[in-house]
Design a protein around this ligand. Structure first.
Ligand SMILES: *[C@@H]1O[C@H](CO)[C@@H](O)[C@H](O)[C@H]1NC(C)=O
Ligand SMILES: *[C@@H]1O[C@H](CO)[C@@H](O)[C@H](O)[C@H]1NC(C)=O
Ligand SMILES: *[C@@H]1O[C@H](CO)[C@@H](O)[C@H](O)[C@H]1NC(C)=O
Ligand SMILES: *[C@@H]1O[C@H](CO)[C@@H](O)[C@H](O)[C@H]1NC(C)=O
Ligand SMILES: *[C@@H]1O[C@H](CO)[C@@H](O)[C@H](O)[C@H]1NC(C)=O
Ligand SMILES: *[C@@H]1O[C@H](CO)[C@@H](O)[C@H](O)[C@H]1NC(C)=O
Ligand SMILES: *[C@@H]1O[C@H](CO)[C@@H](O)[C@H](O)[C@H]1NC(C)=O
Ligand SMILES: *[C@@H]1O[C@H](CO)[C@@H](O)[C@H](O)[C@H]1NC(C)=O
Ligand SMILES: *[C@@H]1O[C@H](CO)[C@@H](O)[C@H](O)[C@H]1NC(C)=O
Ligand SMILES: *[C@@H]1O[C@H](CO)[C@@H](O)[C@H](O)[C@H]1NC(C)=O
Ligand SMILES: *[C@@H]1O[C@H](CO)[C@@H](O)[C@H](O)[C@H]1NC(C)=O
Ligand SMILES: *[C@@H]1O[C@H](CO)[C@@H](O)[C@H](O)[C@H]1NC(C)=O
Length: 656
């Protein structure tokens, strides 16, 4: 027994007998569903695992045998896609800039004049941090506000159209759930996802993932059947000859809430995004998820850990350690020294959509491991968990096992996992870089501006103090950055004392800071979770949310993104967003900055001032009137939050 739910389920089964089956096995309904799914196959991220299940499948290799490529450039697929995407951002960007009301500069005319020159057209990235459901919801508020399809986003004070103008949308951990859910569901709007569908568990966070959804034609939760299905799915993978880790189960459970398909779509693959027409036609930004490497026989993840990314075509790393990318569709094949042996078969379906989302958020595994000693958890539960978990750590199975390791015997001299048949990946925030900036600061991507949405729980009461930005900045000064620059950011005290986490703040405005760097990194627009209309500082491990609470946190995220639709303190905020978007481009074309933009930079650029006075307690007051529906989550202690999460799991057992 190497894994948590398995023995628990055995216990549960032993106690209760097998759950009754058949409640939902009406033949007609299933046929109807299958037909629907076939139709959907052509339209969105899809269940294209050849096994039709969660198990990877052995297939014949294509004549152009899959291989690992070196990380010096973008993939050919991304390069080709960018040709279309950069072009398709031009019209939305012109519209967006027009709405932003830069009265003293013809921004739409500027972009339109240079529309054929992609080194002038601003290249925009959005990065959504980790932080569990808090990060999903706060990040969703930003994405909704930036999405011109969402009602209200293009009204006065709005920033709608920024999403349509963007090239990249990166997510990590809880932010990866958001990005993953958007792309698994046909690039739906946040409003569509939030409001869900009759009979669908999509974004129904009121029943925790420990308990399972209300669905399957019966209006009550059936936790036993829910976990039993998940167990069966992961057993399929194990039976096919692959290791399973806690992450497999977590990912499957998450998908029930994030992927709008029967049982959370066990056969959905991440690589299927590449075939979804809206992505393939470059009508959406490019999604990227992030995870960190943990080297063999170590428990430590630090700033010099290798950072991996997952995109629709590839997984791999631009770090000089691995400096290589695998075709994600064929991960699971026995790559060795970069290729699959001539007599070897190929594997597809290892890149399960849920496994990618689970890998980026594997913190939710270790959080279980770390919190067993709390006295509020019934001893009988602790005993059961500890028995399992001691085996787990012995087997080093508390992580996301990517086995076989696609980078086996690849980059032997620098790749710390080159001799290991397993690539061990963990939550993308484990190295403290909790905002997925890494993919977007790579010089080969030439991003001009990153909207960095930070929902980290840094302070005692779960507000961000920019630890994530500092981590990325500090990493940029070390060898593993391989020359990738990042703007300087101040200490946590300065963020709090100067209120840099209570209003948007720009970093890297003055490019003379990069005089000694080999390139100019993107401007960072830092948007920290802060209370406008809701106390959105719920604990990372709070497992369930009533609809009202979910909606008010999403709305708060919208208000952070728009400064309360410009009503909070700055009706010019949309113009300032436009200035941030244009900044690098204007500099490249030696175009002088308008008075409006100069005022914006004076207001929002960090100018190097610090105030490192010790902070006693950081308890921000709401910037606007609290939402009637806001539950007013004030001052939830960090420890209390952690306990609550484990308690959620405990409740699952007790409920049985
Ligand atoms: C996906 O979204 C597009 C609009 O972007 C729509 O035309 C299409 O019907 C949607 N497909 C599905 C399966 O919902
Ligand atoms: C952008 O797209 C338009 C319309 O499809 C096309 O005419 C134009 O050549 C494209 N421009 C570039 C630079 O690819
Ligand atoms: C901003 O606009 C959105 C969409 O119309 C709305 O939901 C939100 O409540 C507005 N915020 C404020 C502070 O009025
Ligand atoms: C731009 O200004 C016009 C006229 O004052 C106003 O109607 C519009 O809502 C403004 N746009 C934004 C995004 O604030
Ligand atoms: C979600 O599922 C429902 C019911 O099957 C369907 O009507 C709806 O179109 C789906 N939504 C998306 C975004 O795929
Ligand atoms: C960096 O990684 C090496 C292993 O490659 C380790 O020995 C060293 O302690 C790490 N340094 C820091 C500062 O974490
Ligand atoms: C980054 O690292 C790789 C692999 O170690 C090396 O080949 C490449 O030249 C480096 N790039 C830069 C910009 O230093
Ligand atoms: C990969 O290698 C393992 C171990 O040698 C073997 O069991 C498995 O069958 C191989 N898979 C394929 C698809 O060749
Ligand atoms: C890496 O090392 C292994 C064993 O030490 C060797 O078999 C393999 O060929 C090496 N890879 C490369 C690319 O040199
Ligand atoms: C900032 O956050 C870190 C955790 O990310 C925490 O250790 C530190 O105490 C915080 N400092 C302040 C002043 O909030
Ligand atoms: C594109 O713009 C850059 C920056 O202004 C300029 O150096 C380059 O010559 C332009 N390329 C073309 C084809 O006009
Ligand atoms: C820099 O910003 C601080 C507030 O963050 C302000 O008090 C100070 O006047 C600014 N200094 C300059 C030179 O603009």
């Amino acid at each position: 027994m190497r894994f948590l739910p398995l023995p628990l389920l055995s216990l549960i089964s032993a106690a209760l007998g097998s759950p009754a089956s058949g409640a939902s096995s009406n033949g007609d309904v299933l046929v109807g569903r299958a037909a629907l799914e076939v139709a959907e196959l052509l339209r969105r991220a899809s269940p294209d695992n050849p096994s039709g299940s969660y198990a990877p499948a052995t297939v014949d290799c294509p004549s152009d045998r899959p291989a690992i490529r070196a990380g010096g450039d973008l993939s050919q697929s991304e390069t080709d896609w960018l040709q279309t995407r950069r072009n398709k951002t031009v019209d939305p960007m012109i519209e967006f800039l027009r709405r932003c009301n830069l009265t003293d500069f013809d921004a739409p005319g500027y972009v339109s004049q240079h529309a054929a020159n992609f080194s002038v057209v601003p290249n925009i990235g959005i990065a959504v941090s980790g932080g569990g459901y808090r990060a999903l919801m706060n990040g969703a508020g930003f994405v909704a506000a930036a999405d011109s399809r969402v009602a209200g986003s293009t009204d006065t004070g709005g920033i709608g159209g920024l999403l349509q103008s963007s090239t990249y949308l990166a997510g990590l951990s809880g932010g990866g759930w958001l990005v993953g859910s958007i792309f698994a569901n046909n690039f739906s709007t946040v409003v569509q996802l939030r409001d869900g569908y009759e009979g669908s568990a999509l974004w129904q966070f009121s029943n925790s993932i420990f308990v399972g959804p209300k669905q399957r034609g019966i209006s009550v939760v059936n936790t036993v059947e829910y976990w039993d299905d998940i167990k069966d799915q992961v057993d399929d993978k194990r039976d096919a000859g692959y290791d399973a880790s806690i992450t497999d189960y977590w990912g499957r459970a998450l998908s029930v809430q994030l992927i709008n398909a029967t049982d959370g779509g066990p056969a959905y693959t991440f690589s299927s995004i590449a075939d979804a027409p809206n992505f393939a036609d470059a009508d959406t930004p490019m999604p990227i998820l992030v995870a960190d490497e943990r080297r063999p026989n170590t428990q430590i993840v630090s700033l010099n850990s290798t950072v991996y990314e997952f995109n629709p075509w590839e997984m791999g790393s631009y770090d000089p350690t691995v400096y290589g990318f695998a075709p994600i569709r064929y991960v699971g094949s026995n790559f060795s020294a970069g290729s699959i042996p001539d007599d070897g078969h190929c594997v597809r379906g290892f890149d399960s959509y849920s496994y990618v989302m689970g890998t980026s958020s594997s913190l939710f595994n270790s959080f279980l491991l770390q919190n067993l000693s709390d006295t509020s958890i019934p001893q009988v539960v602790v005993d059961a968990l500890e028995a399992v978990l001691s085996d787990l750590s012995a087997d080093d199975d508390d992580i996301a096992a990517w086995s076989p390791n696609p980078f086996y015997h690849f980059a032997n001299d620098t790749n710390g996992s080159a001799d290991d048949e397993q690539l061990t990946l963990v939550d993308g925030g484990s190295d403290l870089q909790n905002i997925p900036l890494h993919p977007l600061i790579q010089p080969v991507r030439a991003v001009d501006v990153i909207f960095a949405v930070d929902s980290s729980a840094d302070t005692t009461y779960h507000w961000p103090n920019a630890t994530a930005l500092r981590a990325t900045y500090e990493r940029s000064l070390t060898d593993i950055a391989n020359g990738t620059a990042f703007p300087r950011v101040p200490d946590a005290e300065t963020f709090i004392n100067l209120g840099l986490n209570e209003k948007p703040t720009f970093f890297g405005c003055d490019t003379s800071e990069f005089a000694n760097a080999s390139h100019i990194p993107p401007l960072i627009v830092y948007l920290a979770n802060t209370p406008y209309t809701a106390f959105s500082n719920v604990s990372t491990f709070t497992p369930s949310y009533e609809d009202d609470e979910r909606n008010s946190i999403i709305k708060n995220g919208w208000n952070v993104a728009t400064m309360g639709n410009g009503t909070a303190s700055d009706a010019e905020w949309p113009a300032c967003v436009a200035c941030a978007v244009l900044s690098r481009s204007l500099e490249r074309t030696n175009t002088s900055v308008s008075a409006t933009c100069q005022r914006c930079f004076d207001r929002y650029c960090w100018n190097g001032t610090t105030d490192s006075t010790a902070v006693v307690s950081y308890e921000p007051t709401p910037i606007l009137t609290l939402d009637a529906t806001s539950l007013g989550v004030v001052s939830v202690g960090a420890a209390g939050g952690l306990v609550y999460g484990v308690f959620g799991l405990a409740v699952m057992f007790l409920a049985l």
